[in-house]
Design a protein around this ligand. Structure first.
Ligand code: FNR
Length: 191
């Protein structure tokens, strides 16, 4: 299955982008994760869309979403909510015709140096997914708190308990496979 990974941070040293790289590294064989950049997406302007259609960066982003079986978003929490750059990219991609989010399974991860690991951004995103008619994975929830202690200077997720996620005996690979099964079930059967 093809998963599109999206980071909600543009920062070169982003912890959330590092989580996406870890997901790519640990993904099961039957899952490929490619990432889409939202760095070149302009600020949303309805006049721009009406007069010129989708800017190239938005068109590419929409096509990448449409071509994926599922999405995996890793995002920081900004001011207890969704980072503006990520919300802006979602807003652009969500416009007609053929809004590409409809019916897509989506899994979430977030990282922050706080204890809650960006949880509030995830719950705000889940609200947005209702309007977009997406199908969020409910379990596992992946919140990585105190993230600076868990990712090294090269941007590699090194914290073993986090890799072995989450509290139980199951490891990150199994959790990632669980994403896969949920996605597969969603794509082929449920939705
Ligand atoms: C933050 N940060 C933050 N952290 C958090 O846990 N809750 C919050 O509400 C906020 N708010 C917030 C607002 C803004 C504007 C910034 C720039 C930062 C801190 C944030 O989690 C931290 O910078 C992360 O490292 C950002 O993620 P990346 O860029 O490392 O992926």
């Amino acid at each position: 299955m093809k998963v599109l990974g999206i980071s909600g941070s543009l920062r070169k040293g982003s912890f959330n982008s590092a989580l996406l790289r870890a997901a790519i590294e640990l993904a099961p064989d039957e899952m490929t994760i490619e990432t889409a950049s939202i760095a070149d997406i302009p600020l949303y302007d309805e006049d721009l869309r009406q007069s010129g259609g989708y800017p190239p960066a938005v068109a590419a982003f929409r096509a990448a979403i449409a071509g994926a079986d599922a999405l995996l978003i890793a995002t920081p929490e900004y001011n207890f909510s969704i980072p503006g750059v990520l919300k802006n990219a979602i807003d652009w991609a969500s416009r007609p015709p053929d809004q590409p989010f409809a019916g897509k399974p989506v899994a979430l991860m977030s990282a922050s140096n706080g204890m809650l690991g960006g949880a509030r951004a995830q719950y705000h995103l889940r609200q947005t997914f209702v309007f977009l008619d997406m199908h969020p994975v409910n379990r596992p929830e992946v919140f990585v708190g105190r993230v600076a202690d868990k990712i090294d200077a090269q941007g590699v997720l090194t914290d073993e308990p986090t890799r072995q996620y989450q509290g139980g005996n199951t490891n990150w690979i199994i959790q990632t496979e669980r994403y896969g099964r949920t996605f597969y079930g969603g794509v082929s059967a449920k939705f």
